[in-house]
Design a protein around this ligand. Structure first.
Ligand SMILES: Cc1ncc(COP(=O)(O)O)c(C=O)c1O
Length: 398
């Protein structure tokens, strides 16, 4: 059987018909330079060792695999497991990618980093590695996200990063990516540390590579613990990096169902959602071809989710490919369902999940009762929820 990963390599930078590089001419040589540096780093044993060493000693990997006995008892049917990316240093999966990209920046002789951020977890992870490696760091963040993710803005600032609020448009993640891309084009001396599996080639492949540690660990840990693979692997999808990270470990295991969970916000029958693969159409955004949510003029539509890391009108090109090839399926859950799942995990397991991750959990809670006792669901718990408490407390009326 031809494997999914080998098929997607057929045309460089493309996953089926998705991906590619749709950028201003002057940017292409810099992306080519980045690709060459990445390919050489990937083949360099010392680079791999340095990356693995930092993941172990600085990030705290491997992250745990946790069986949620209480939720499983209450909702099962099936049994629920979590891959605990919330336990990483800085509290989310984003640090895996920023460690890798910072080493790449160093290898390329760059010491000025720019990044975009939505929930602030990628911005925090970027500020963290910049501090660690003595680099100058500027993070672009929509003004609305600066407001709703204040704890992360404070974390970035104390580590020495400059946070630039983006004040146009919806003032969320899309505008932050716009601003970071503009700054990247304007200044050839910068290294753009993209936070998800989006953007022009080679970014989706770079981010997937550094996040694939999640899937590798999860597969090994699950096999060791259960003697078999999980039946379902779930992850929330904003740009799609935590999902690609865990899915990549199971792509070739045809019996493992891969399910990406998108934000349905206030409902798919409203305009207030960001369910790109569920409702969008193929198109180009931020220099790559994928599914896109567009308005009547064909421009990226205003999008919404209670989770600041999920409200993006595009999605990683490999997810578009996995959808069309049928290897993964994509569903959506509302703000309300995500909030309910957040409370369930807090109260039954003593784990406070990020609002983003709560979307994947919410879908797990829907399918657990439908499964038999020997079936299992593995959720990638992409981050911890401390950053979201200001948003959540008034809604839970505690
Ligand atoms: C905790 C957490 N999970 C998920 C996401 C969504 O990003 P991605 O889809 O790239 O994993 C974010 C983005 O900020 C996040 O902070």
């Amino acid at each position: 059987m031809k494997s999914a990963s080998r098929e997607v390599e057929a045309r460089k930078g493309y996953f089926g018909t998705f991906g590619g590089s749709y950028v201003p001419e002057q940017l292409q040589p810099r992306l080519d330079e980045l690709e060459a540096a990445f390919e050489s780093a990937k083949g360099d044993e010392l680079f791999g060792k340095e990356f693995a060493g930092l993941l172990k000693d600085y990030v705290g990997r491997p992250s745990a695999l946790t069986h949620c006995a209480n939720v499983s008892r209450e909702y099962g049917g099936g049994r629920l497991f979590l891959k605990r990316e919330d336990l990483n240093h800085t509290g989310a999966h984003k640090i895996n990618n920023t460690i890798g990209q910072a080493l790449l920046a160093k290898r390329m002789g760059k010491d000025r980093i720019i990044a975009e951020t939505g929930a602030g977890m990628h911005g925090t992870a970027t500020a963290t590695v910049a501090a660690l490696m003595g680099m100058k760091c500027t993070v672009y963040m929509g003004e609305e996200d600066v407001r709703r993710q204040a704890p992360n803005v404070a974390r970035m600032k104390v580590m020495g990063a400059e946070v630039v609020p983006v004040t146009h448009g919806q003032r969320t993640l899309k505008e932050a990516v716009d601003a970071a891309l503009d700054a990247y084009v304007a200044d050839p001396g910068t290294f753009y540390m993209l936070g998800s599996v989006v953007g022009p080639h080679p970014f989706p492949s770079i981010v997937r590579h550094f996040q694939s540690v999640i899937g590798k660990e999860a597969r090994e840990q699950f096999l060791e613990r259960e003697g078999r693979l999980p039946d379902h692997v779930l992850a929330c999808v904003g740009g799609g990096s935590n999902a690609m990270g865990i899915f990549s470990g199971f792509l070739e295991d045809g019996d493992v169902k891969l399910i990406g969970v998108e934000p349905a916000g206030r409902g798919l029958d409203t305009k207030d959602h960001a369910a790109t693969l569920s409702v969008g159409k193929p198109g180009v955004i931020h220099g790559f071809r994928s599914y896109v949510l567009t308005d009547d003029d064909g421009e990226p539509a205003p999008v919404y989710s209670i989770a600041a890391g999920l409200d993006y009108p595009g999605v990683g090109p490999e997810h578009a490919y996995l959808l069309e090839s049928g290897r993964a399926s994509y569903v959506s859950v509302t703000d309300k369902e995500a909030l309910d799942a957040f409370s369930v995990l807090c109260r039954l397991e003593g784990i406070i999940p990020a609002l983003e991750s709560s979307h994947a959990l919410a879908h797990a809670l829907k399918i657990l009762p439908l499964l038999s006792k020997d079936e299992t669901v593995l959720v990638n718990l992409s981050g911890r929820g401390d950053k979201d408490l200001d948003t959540i407390l008034p809604l839970l009326a505690l």
